[in-house]
Every structure is written in C-alpha cells, then in structure tokens.
Design a protein around this ligand. Structure first.
Ligand SMILES: [Zn+2]
Length: 128
C-alpha cells in the first residue's frame, strides 16, 4: 500500500524529519555531557548548590525522556517513509492530510483519531 503523496511534499517532510533527528542527536549528546558534569560535582559543595544541582539533574532526566520519545517517533516516521506506509493513520488507515504532517511530521494518527486517543488517555488518567 502507500498513500499517494506529492513527491516534493514527501521529500520535504523527510528532510524535516532528518534535520530534527540530527538536532535532537546533538542536544541529547550535549545533555548527557552536562548530566555527567552535574553528577560528578564535588560532594563538599554547599547544600544550596547540591539542591540546585539535583533540580537540574531532574529536569535533565525528564528532558532526556522527552527527547528519547521524540527520537523514537521520528525514527518510526522515517522507517514508514522507507516502507511506503508513511502518512496513513494507524487507527483508521485514512491518509493524514499533508498540512497536518507538515506541522507534525511524525504524526501517527489523523487529527480525529488523535483527539479520540487523547480523550481516552485523559479518562484513564482520571480513573487510574
Ligand atoms: Zn484516523
């Protein structure tokens, strides 16, 4: 199968994804370095510094998680581009509009299914 996309639009989306992937790679490498420095800080440091450090480390960890997730969805989108399944909604199989992909190139769901899944997620959050 495959969604009949405009080749130019598809190439542009692929370029966007690759550029973002590269930037993420850089950011993650930099953050890892920073994290190493933060963790190796002298334990004799003032309590205030330690508390501040801990805060930075925690923030870094959550950013890293976010970046890892983003990287994973970019990789998935690139894999789909390679196999020709890119741009199809994973839920209903409908083609995701190019306009939406241009804003969110790694989108896996069409806008309708996305809002349904977000509603379900927020419901299960309340329940759990
Ligand atoms: Zn859908």
């Amino acid at each position: 199968m495959g969604i009949p996309f405009d080749v130019n639009a598809l190439n542009q989306l692929r370029a966007d994804l690759l550029a973002r992937r590269l930037r993420l790679d850089h950011e993650m490498a930099g953050r890892e370095r920073e994290q190493g420095e933060l963790e190796s800080i002298d334990t004799q440091a003032e309590m205030v510094d330690l508390a501040q450090n801990l805060e930075l480390i925690e923030r870094n960890v959550s950013l890293q998680e976010q970046e890892r997730r983003e990287l994973a969805s970019i990789d998935l989108a690139l894999a789909k581009l390679g196999s020709g399944t890119y741009g199809a909604c994973e839920d209903c199989g409908e083609a995701i509009p190019v306009r939406r992909l241009q804003i969110v190139p790694e989108a896996r769901l069409c806008a309708r299914c996305q809002s349904v899944s977000e509603r379900e997620r927020s419901r299960s959050r309340v329940a759990g």
